[in-house]
Design a protein around this ligand. Structure first.
Ligand code: GLY
Ligand code: MN
Length: 459
């Protein structure tokens, strides 16, 4: 948790930007795994952390802007709670750490919620909070989900998108843990090793050094499946292991890196060629990221590099601009170049990806591939983003495009078919947009060239 002044200032800024009404921020509750007392590890709501900082379940915060009052709702521990969970500081003491003076029991939230006034709340992503809001505001759940405050959503996004110095320290810590996770994965990337063993080892590292993993680890020889959480494979010589993983710092800030390692530490010519195209897309994207440039244009340029690289290998063909205009490279990179990152690995996606990544000026594309870009906005100092180009050979997608002659003028299917068992390569770094350009959030870069990764595996 930061100093209380940080939270006081954030809430004052939020109050100023909204001007009137009641703001209601619900913290999260415990989530049961298979019965009420056996819970997943607790994760507080990120906007609640941002404005209130308190990382424990069953809390809510209310800001009554019109009457210049604020309240923390929660229940003090009972003797039974103390027997089972220990004697924690009182809620009053904890509220003081966030600069909040008035603490009331949760039941008082109902009486203090004046339904005749504008109640600003964020779109609830957990069923528990949907039910609480539904009961509190007397509306059914579909209506609760639809009638969140767009004004509050935009105000929160505006603030959370620009990372402060204290947040950057946390993001760097998350980067440091992510770095250790990936170096471990590279060193374990040997034939005969189970994917599960490596995934478990690096997830353990995340827990031992920080809060948790920032998302379920993606680790597989089948890297062509973009979010592959199946770790049942046993590593084989000649294959690649795609590892996309990150950690949360103890204050819940995220990291998110991807490296693709040749099993045993020696890349084939084919693997090197594809790796080097992805690396060029990564490096050029990073060097062109600076204030004023749209991330949408950087995504398009990554597609250009991928198209021209694959054309040089004979897999794609034709004119670059024509190919980009019809989205032909999306066959080999069907996802976006990156996303905002902060307290969430896909920052504020609960509030609506389009509110986070697009605005009146920069709109989301509708074309396959381009439409998966989560963040297209003009870059500003303080933005933290991932840069994650990739090339994948998805047999079913290749088959579909060939059969339906989709963008057939730009693809040599005969050549592409030679890569059917290739898998996929993705490389991902996390950047901070600065006044001059950008830099890595965690300055020490993971091994990224073929030579560096080969050395990391064999060392
Ligand atoms: N690292 C997983 C993702 O960005 O979707
Ligand atoms: Mn990512």
């Amino acid at each position: 948790m930061f100093k209380k002044e940080v939270y006081i200032k954030r809430r004052a800024e939020l109050k100023k930007s909204l001007g009137s009404g009641i703001v209601l921020l619900l913290g999260n509750g415990e989530a049961p795994v298979n019965y009420f007392d056996n819970t997943y590890s607790f994760r507080q709501d990120s906007s609640f952390i941002y404005y209130v900082g308190l990382n424990s379940p069953d809390l809510a915060y209310m800001l009554d802007i019109d009457n210049d009052k604020e309240y923390l709702f929660g229940n003090e521990l009972t003797i039974d709670d103390i027997i089972w969970m220990g004697n924690l500081p009182s809620l009053k003491e904890r509220a003081e750490k966030a600069g909040i003076v008035t603490v009331l029991p949760l039941s008082d939230m109902i009486t203090l919620t004046d339904k005749k006034r504008k109640i600003h709340y964020l779109k609830p992503y957990r069923y528990r909070n949907q039910i609480i809001l539904s009961e509190l505001l007397g509306k059914n759940i579909p209506s609760i989900k639809e009638n969140f405050s767009v004004e509050l959503t935009k105000a929160v996004i505006k603030m959370r998108l620009i990372k402060s110095d204290e947040e950057l320290i946390e993001l760097k810590k998350a980067g440091e843990i992510g770095y250790a996770m990936h170096i471990t994965a590279m060193k374990m990337c040997q034939p005969g090793v189970k994917e599960q063993e490596i995934a478990g080892m690096i997830e353990g590292l995340a827990i031992s050094q920080g809060n948790r993993v920032s998302f379920a680890t993606i680790l597989s020889m089948n890297g062509q499946t973009l979010h592959n959480h199946d770790h049942s494979g046993i590593l084989e010589t000649g294959r690649l292991m795609l590892c996309d993983a990150g950690a949360e710092s103890n204050s819940c800030y995220a990291s998110d890196f991807t490296r693709t390692t040749a099993v045993g530490g020696t890349y084939s010519e084919k693997q090197k060629n594809i790796h080097n195209i992805v690396l060029q897309a990564l490096n050029e994207s990073i060097s062109s990221a600076k204030p004023g440039v749209t991330y949408k244009s950087i995504h398009r340029n990554a597609y250009k590099i991928i198209f021209e690289g694959l054309r040089s290998l004979g897999i794609m063909k034709g004119d670059t601009e024509d190919a980009l205009n019809v989205g032909a490279p999306a066959l080999f990179m069907p996802h976006g170049l990156g996303h905002a990152m902060g307290l969430d690995v896909h920052d504020m996606e609960d509030l609506g990806e389009t509110y986070v990544g697009y605005d009146d000026e920069i709109q989301r594309d509708t074309m396959f591939g381009y439409r998966s870009l989560r963040f297209g906005k003009r870059l500003e100092p303080g933005h933290v983003l991932t840069v994650e180009p990739g090339i994948y050979f998805v047999p079913q997608l290749m088959e579909k495009w060939e059969k339906e002659k989709i963008n057939a003028d730009f693809i040599n299917f005969n050549e592409a078919r030679k890569y059917l068992n290739f898998g996929g390569i993705r490389l991902e770094d996390d950047i901070l947009i600065t006044k001059e350009g950008c830099r890595l959030v965690y300055e020490k870069r993971l091994p990224v060239t073929v030579e560096e990764i080969e050395k990391a595996v064999k060392d």
